[in-house]
Design a protein around this ligand. Sequence first.
Ligand SMILES: [Zn+2]
Length: 415
Amino acid sequence: MTGGDPIGRALMERLDAFAAFSEEAGALTRLYLTPAHRAAADRLAGWMSEAGMTVRLDGAGTVVGRYEGAEPGRPALLIGSHIDTVRNAGAYDGNLGVLAGVAAVAELHRAGERLPFAVEVLGFGDEEGVRFPVTLTGSRAVAGTADPAALDAVDADGISVREALRRFGCTGDLAAVARRRADVLAFLEVHIEQGPVLEAAGLPLGVVTAINGASRFALTVTGTAGHAGTVPMGLRRDALAAAAEMVLAVEARGAAEPDLVATVGRIAAVPGAVNVIPGAVRFTLDVRAPRDDARAAAAADILAACRAVAARRGVGFDAERTHDAPAVACAGPLIAALEAAAARAGVPPHRLPSGAGHDAMALAALCPVGMLFVRCAGGISHHPAEAITADDAGLAVRVLLDTIRHLDPSGLERT
Ligand SMILES: [Zn+2]
């Protein structure tokens, strides 16, 4: 549906125009600190100025627009997302959240409305981590958790983040970018869902409860290789057949509770020949959940199930933890505020966890964070087919604006 919502239509036009800032003709690729990023940052700064904001570029390449409150210098509600993209990206991942923030402030500006706090819109430059082997550089710098070693990371041409920032016109002084807690109320991020849940539920918007924590493991099953023609079935210790049972155990445990997901994304049989019984199998396990205790319990259950399969089949089993990131909870008052605004807009409340990482994850180290998800067609993201409707985009801006207008700063000034 393309609706008659003028805010939604204007936002979609902007998002389309913004997608032209790309390193490739006919596709959207906008990596951190590239000329395409520069051009997009300048365009964004122009839109922020038109919306009544004072604009600056911070030391990490983040475009920051500030709309003062009733009195200048009040703590700021931060609204933001990222304007970098993956290669051959969709137009909405990240960019929607930044331009929705600008659209909300533009409405305040149009109405001559000042709030008891300032509103800042931030367009971060490095969420996807494609050009350099670092990620969330801009949001971590704002939160004061940036690792100075990130400046030494280099791209495929050997250019460091430090050098790229210098060429971009930024100081690269990440420590100076950090905000004081007292100057910040909270962080809100609007983002496409990048999954199929809202579409399946027939809902335009959802309120995020938490950004899932993740645990990853490298798993190895060791059996006995043998001739596929000469070793009878009863005398085999087939590592791949054992691993197949383990994969099904992963799926069953993942499906056993809501909001938990467990995935085997990569599997390789050794030696991997058509006429050889697999002697070893290496595979991966990825477990995510909005609660750390649920994730830890599921991972422990899965590994126990794998060991049981291994014992019954007489094969070896080894598990190595390769990654562990805790869940980041969204703040209760912000979940409630977003949900109340959605309800006032006639959207039935729907809470869901985020399975993907976002800038809000980094900002949570500084202040309370809240996220509003927008339905996307087929749950498709990181792909040119990424799609949202103008009606949903307009609704997201209205709910964001209504949330800002009703926000009670007293509950957010301290954590
Ligand atoms: Zn994103």
